[in-house]
Design a protein around this ligand. Sequence first.
Ligand code: CO8
Length: 259
Amino acid sequence: MDYKNIILKKDGAIGILSINRQNALNALNTEVLSEISKAVDELIHDEEVNVFIVTGEGRAFVAGADILEMKDLNSAQARRFAQAGLDVFRKIELCEKPSIAAVNGYALGGGLELAMACDIRIASNYAKFGQPEVGLGITPGFGGTNRLQRLVGIAKAKELIFTTDVIGAEEALSIGLVNKVVEADKLMDEAMSMANKIAQKAQPAVRYSKVSINRSAEVDIETGMEIEKNLFGLCFATEDQKEGMRAFVEKRNPQFKGK
Ligand code: CO8
């Protein structure tokens, strides 16, 4: 499929979705959101892809939702625009394949919200994070009031959202917003290396783990453990469980098939 604002590549079992609307610092308009949604569908349905990386071309990851597109919306149109972003980010979050945001530069507003919808965030030392919305007269609308507090706690989320302070990569690391900070020129190598490590494991087990972590974050612990137990049980219906344990006993590396 041809995209205008996205570069979609594959390197072995790793998909790389790079947002490429550099003249607007990769700001998310309706067209970009729709292309991200289609690209994520491609990645989900591509059986060769085990893990995908989301990144941005140029000096921004994503500098937010497109302010020019938003400025004259009425309430109903704004809700529709918010829903479009919420849907595509939720698709990334809920799909069973793990995603890594390789945050190369500005991740502001909708950009931070996109990074937070990914499972893991690796930041370049140049990355900048913030939720500037209240300075524009709006609340975050692509999941920011929900996901930021889950990652960094309610008090820090309120501070970042109310003040619109933009923080650097090291501070983002110290509050748990990103998993790792690396030199800018090592960002994609690091993201690829982590993605490959994940891609070499038993994929049914990786995917069930993601489902269990996501679901149990939203329910009481008893229900969460029930979900975990059932998914644990499902692993024993996979060839990869047999191979993984047989390989351990035979003292060799497992040859996983992803089923
Ligand atoms: N929307 C549209 N265009 C943008 C955006 C954006 N979010 N960010 C940057 N651009 C454009 C600039 O207008 C500029 O275009 P032009 O060259 O045509 O003037 C170009 O990108 C380059 O930007 P700058 O010249 O501003 O570059 P600087 O290096 O001087 O500054 C900044 C970089 C600090 C990132 C600056 O561009 C900036 O502050 N951008 C806006 C950041 C922002 O406020 N983001 C949050 C937007 S709101 C949001 O994301 C809400 C999400 C939920 C929506 C819910 C739906 C209703």
